[in-house]
Design a protein around this ligand. Structure first.
Ligand code: ADP
Length: 746
């Protein structure tokens, strides 16, 4: 059998995470015994041929995970838009017997790829007729297989929840707006911040949600009224009167009024200066949004999508519809490429036609829902309650270790509850506060600024109630007339909530709905693929490891980095995937002496062959005996002086810091659904209790009585952990060479 030959290119605008995708495509292809080429400078390189099309090996994609942009270059190509250009491109591929393509780019690039695929047979025919290639070649490579990966910071592609690069762009934007917010607050100034997005308001919407901005302008949903400027000014004035010191307006590049007239940032600035009689400053974020080191999410998304892309393109049959790789509800899959592109174009068309309802519909339900939530959160005061409605008193608390995003969730819960006309009570220090009666009414401004801060403003504790505590809790619930509880926290909070639920028979006061919102950096909670705080912790770990790697490379060192997670290896595995660690030690897998022997041998082999850096990541509880210290001692003793060993225990920095954009967004979305749940259940005679989560199909609520069955009690983690399936990908990527080659060497 002849070896399959495939090529990968990046095209259109660059996006952080493209390198992870390229690395993954190259290594997966080599693992599958295919030959793989990189086409430099996008389609232009394909037309130019020569050394723009280069064969890649395992090491040609080493050390690039942490780099922004794309190392194989990207370009816009007018040549490729012409028939002649594409014919030359086809010749360049055929000359190298390449008939499979992985294209990483936006909708333009993917449309180009599909056109090329359709034309391929005709292009080859022309090349045969002009005697540039042989008829035999055509027989062997008569069809071009393509698969698309979406690299775009705008997150503007239909069919996938996220595109490669959007999360990193959000990191850049939220960092910038957080920084602006502090200077704005100092001077009581108003800032207009313009972010990218011509036809897509994703970045503006999510950035406004994540930073607690006061106004947002997106192309898909312009202000409905003609005098929107006056409304905006009035809202800002009300915000000031309510005590807001900073006012931030986030606008997308493509912001427009309902008639389709573009809204410029300087227009907004001038109008507000006249109205508010204060200085208004404009910040256009521009290309910083595209740049810099990719976030953990984008690295791992690129890696997982690249892996899927190779398997999809290698399995493609001539009559198959070309596919695009997508992520939906945290699972990688495929979707018909051109359908996705057409739906994406339909949004742009709906905006052009001023059909904003359709534009929002096409963006999907979670986008619409987020927009609605945002509209409430950014109000300066809640709506007045509707006369005659039942007035509820709902409590919110944090339990377990602090997790970044807890405050964001509390803020959303407080404001959304108040806006629905209810009273929200904050409980200090988790169940401890519920026992001691530390309860305080929360008002709108009491959570001002909480969207962006880490830690727990309410205070949290690991206390799990038992025995006499129940009596005290029942008294607090009665005294404060609490109709429902939102517990935002970790496993101890889940257990505490379940205990109250179980004790309903004995304490009538507990016959209220309780809902748990997963917040723990460890990501060890049942019923949710992801918990709030884990994404932030991962980014902290990976930033630290990137620095360690840079320092280590000069010294022939092997680093062993210990990360948190208790007995759940999520942080270890995912940070290993994002940094290219060659070994990850997990409690789920255990550590065996035999494995350590192999690890040492591989390290020695690597350093003998010129390797300059080793990186291993160990989960803090991976093994009782083989501690970080012991592993380091073993590696050092066995290093044959080929390398030094150092350990780094990252510790509590992992629990700290401002929450990442993803944690803020997810915290807000969860909180919104939890408040809806409590309001609904509190008005029934037999209220249900639940825990919320994000699973393959989207957001789900599980009945609280199911919780114990889903937890591995001994190890304090869910019985089913989806991310364990990612291990083969992590292993493949971090090997020194393909498995078949490793076996040959052995
Ligand atoms: P993006 O992929 O980010 O949407 P562009 O729309 O600029 O970026 O497309 C990148 C490149 O893809 C273009 O410069 C061109 O070479 C190619 N391309 C885009 N659309 C087409 C098309 N309809 N036919 C052929 N090539 C196209």
């Amino acid at each position: 059998m002849t070896t399959k030959r495939l090529a990968v290119l990046t095209s259109g605008g660059d996006a952080p995470g493209m390198n992870a995708a390229v690395r993954s495509v190259v290594r997966t292809a080599l693992e599958r015994k295919a030959q793989v080429f990189a086409i430099y400078e996008g389609y232009q390189g394909m037309v130019e041929g020569g050394d723009r099309i280069r064969e890649m090996n395992w090491d040609s994609v080493g050390g690039i995970l942490n780099l922004g942009g794309t190392i194989i270059g990207t370009a816009r190509s007018d040549d490729f838009r012409t028939h002649e250009g594409r014919r030359t491109a086809a010749k360049n591929l055929i000359d190298r017997e390449i008939d499979s393509l992985v294209v990483i780019g936006g909708d333009g690039s993917l449309t180009g790829a599909d056109l090329f695929r359709q034309e391929w047979p005709a292009l080859l025919k022309e090349l045969v007729e002009s005697a540039q290639i042989s008829a035999e070649t055509v027989e062997q490579h008569g069809n071009l297989a393509i698969v698309g990966l979406v690299g775009s910071i705008d997150n503007d592609m239909h069919g996938t929840n996220m595109t490669i690069g959007a999360d990193t762009a959000l990191h850049r934007i939220t960092q910038a707006i957080d920084a602006i917010a502090s200077t704005a607050a100092s001077h009581q100034r108003t800032f207009v911040v313009k972010v990218m997005g011509r036809n897509c308001g994703y970045l503006a919407l999510m950035a406004a949600l994540a930073t607690g901005a006061e106004w947002v302008l997106i192309p898909e949903n312009p202000p409905h009224m003609d005098n929107w400027e006056e409304k905006m000014a009035a809202d800002l004035r009300r915000g000031r009167a309510a005590g807001r010191r900073d006012s931030i307006i986030v606008m997308a590049e493509g912001a427009r009024d309902k008639h389709g007239n573009p809204i410029g940032s300087s227009y907004v600035q001038k109008f507000l200066e006249e109205q508010l009689h204060e200085e208004v400053r404009v910040t256009v974020l521009g290309h910083v949004q595209r740049g810099g080191s990719p976030s953990v999410f984008d690295r791992n998304l690129g890696t997982m999508m690249g892996y899927q892309a190779v398997d999809t393109v290698l399995a493609a049959q001539p009559d198959d519809e070309p596919q695009m790789i997508v992520i939906r509800g945290n699972r990688i899959g495929t979707a018909p490429l051109m359908q996705c592109v057409e739906q994406t174009r339909a949004v742009a068309k709906a905006i052009d036609d001023h059909d904003y309802e359709r534009a929002m519909d096409l963006r999907g339900s979670s986008f619409k829902e987020t927009y609605r939530t945002l509209r409430t959160l950014l109000r300066s005061l809640p709506h007045a309650s509707t006369p005659g409605q039942k007035h509820l008193r709902l409590a919110v608390m944090n339990c377990g270790a602090p997790a970044p995003g807890m405050n964001t969730a509390v803020r959303a819960a407080v404001r959304l509850g108040l806006d629905r006309g209810h009273t929200i009570l904050g409980i200090a220090n988790g169940f401890k506060g519920l026992i001691d009666g530390e309860v305080q009414e929360m008002d709108w401004m009491s959570v001002n600024g909480w969207a962006a801060t880490g830690g727990s403003g309410l205070g949290t504790s690991r206390e799990i109630p038992s025995g006499r505590d129940f009596y005290a809790i029942a008294r607090t619930i009665e005294k404060y007339d609490i109709h429902g509880i939102l517990m935002i926290g970790g496993l101890s909070g889940y257990q505490g909530a379940h205990h109250l639920f179980r004790e309903r028979e004995n304490y009538a006061a507990f016959n209220i709905p309780i809902v748990c919102l997963p917040a723990s950096i460890n990501n060890n909670l049942p019923g949710s693929d992801l918990s709030i705080g884990a994404d932030t912790a991962l980014n902290v770990i990976v930033e630290a490891v990137d620095k360690i790697k840079q320092a280590a490379v000069a010294q022939r060192r092997c680093y062993l980095v210990e990360v948190m997670g208790r007995k759940c290896g999520y942080l270890a595995l995912m940070s290993g995937l994002a940094t290219g660690a060659e070994r990850v030690y997990l409690h789920e897998e255990g550590v065996r002496l035999n494995d350590l022997v192999t690890d040492v041998e591989q390290l020695r082999l690597g350093f003998e062959h010129g390797k300059r850096l080793g990186l291993m990541i160990r989960n803090e509880d991976a093994h009782e005996v083989y501690s970080t210290n012991v592993l380091c001692a073993i590696f050092e003793a066995e290093s044959n002086d080929l390398f030094e060993v150092r350990q780094t225990i990252l510790g509590h920095v992992q629990q700290g810091g401002d929450p990442s954009p993803f944690d803020r967004i997810q915290a807000t979305r969860f909180a919104a659904q939890c408040i809806d749940f409590l309001i609904e259940q509190a008005q029934t005679s037999e209220p249900e209790s639940a825990f919320i989560g994000l699973e393959a199909g989207g957001v789900v609520l599980h009945a609280l009585e199911e919780m114990p069955k889903m937890v591995d009690k001994e190890n304090q983690r869910p019985k089913h952990q989806w991310w364990l399936d990612v291990r083969p990908i992590a292993k493949l990527m971090s090997q020194p060479m393909p498995t078949w080659q490793l076996e040959q060497e052995a």
